[in-house]
Design a protein around this ligand. Structure first.
Ligand code: UDP
Length: 356
């Protein structure tokens, strides 16, 4: 089979790194990088570290509103689909690249396989939630990380075939976390000791685009009782800069601001943190897998199992709730969620059935 894969941002490179090698062992893959994330820190470092093949096509489409970005991607993908004539299009997650890849394929009658289908925060104000719902209803093959995700799809009566395969991001995390955990020297690069710092990431539009929310985030960071390492996403850094909050954050004694990190270093810093504070989907799971408490800076999550298991607490941007969550002892039980590290194999097997 000839499979055209559309990726465009950091978590998609990580997910594709789990699947692409296995896919290429059995099929022809054409990797398309839309350009949604294009700088080294958010893009090329992941290809280099995780062994993802260089993209066959780079569309160079970044910036602009969600609508204009998606529209430009659609316009670029249409001729590419016409030229390459794939048997299926593979998309990951919930970004503009996911939506554009799925829509361009569906409009040409090319079957769509969606990895990480069925995730729902039930918050339609999130651009990602809109992308998830729309993509799932255009997909022929819906590859789910959990039974909760599959249940969401059944409730929505999607037209495609639903399979629970596990989470491909877990495949990557399970492979890298043993070395990451052993890398006790990693925090030292920031003057930090293992087990006694907090790792922070934040980049969701809902947290960083409105100055009031961003101010609440900075207030929360200022109240944290332990040193904080904050590898700031470029979107967040730009918003902090334009609101004057960057200087405020830089003045906080306990806060170390850094550039976005590569996967290997970031994993070591997750594994050795006392706790993680984040609004990222992927980081919630990685903290759980590492057995590190997670405080999620949102009021909803798609990764509900981590909350149900007691290892993840949703605090939105509430200082008191965040401080209370930091004090809370973690449960003894740490059930295996989201699969056994072999989700990518199941994805490739399921994609193979699309040919028949
Ligand atoms: N990540 C990274 N470096 C960083 C921050 C995050 O490598 O400085 C990785 C992290 O390990 C996870 C992924 O990026 O695998 C999560 O991506 P992101 O938070 O951008 O997206 P989301 O998961 O929220 O869609």
């Amino acid at each position: 089979m000839k499979i055209l894969t559309v990726v465009g941002n950091r978590p998609q490179f990580i997910k594709a790194a789990a699947v692409s090698g296995l896919l290429r062992a059995e099929h022809e893959e054409i990797l398309v990088h839309t350009g949604q994330h294009y700088d080294d820190a958010l893009s090329s470092v992941f290809f280099a570290e995780l062994g993802l093949s260089a993209p066959e096509h780079e569309l160079g489409i970044g910036g602009g509103s969600n609508t204009s970005q998606t529209a430009r991607m659609l316009a670029a993908l249409e001729p590419l689909l016409e030229e390459t004539v794939p048997d299926a299009v593979l998309v990951y997650g919930d970004t503009n690249s996911t939506l554009a890849g799925a829509l361009a394929a569906a409009q040409r009658g090319v079957p769509v396989a969606h990895v990480e289908a069925g995730m729902r925060s039930f918050d339609r104000s999130m651009p990602e939630e809109l992308n998830r719902v729309l993509c799932d209803h255009m997909s022929e093959l819906l590859l789910c990380a959990s039974h909760t995700a599959a249940e969401n799809l059944r409730r929505e009566s999607v037209a495609g075939r639903v399979e629970v395969v596990g989470d491909v991001m877990v495949d990557v995390a399970l492979r890298w976390q043993p070395a990451a955990r052993a890398d006790r020297a990693a925090p030292g690069a920031y003057g930090l000791d293992p087990g006694s710092y907090l790792l922070l990431t934040a980049h969701r539009a809902g947290n960083v685009d409105e100055p009031e929310r961003l101010r609440a985030l900075v207030r929360l960071v200022a109240a944290l009782p332990e040193p904080v390492l904050f590898p700031a996403h470029p979107r967040t850094r730009a918003r902090l800069q334009s609101t004057g909050l960057l200087a405020e954050l830089e003045r906080l004694e306990g806060v170390r601001l850094a550039e976005p990190l590569g996967y290997v270093e970031f994993s070591a810093l997750v594994c050795n943190a006392r706790a993680v504070l984040t609004d990222s989907g992927g980081v919630q799971k990685e903290a759980y897998l590492a057995g590190v408490p997670c405080i999620t800076l949102r009021s909803t999550t798609e990764w509900v199992e981590t909350v149900d298991a007691g290892w993840n607490t949703l605090v939105d941007l509430d200082v008191e709730r965040a401080l209370a969550a930091l004090e809370r002892p973690m449960p003894v039980d740490h059930p295996r969620l989201y699969g056994d590290g072999r989700a990518a194999e199941r994805c490739v097997a399921a994609i193979g059935t699309l040919a028949s």
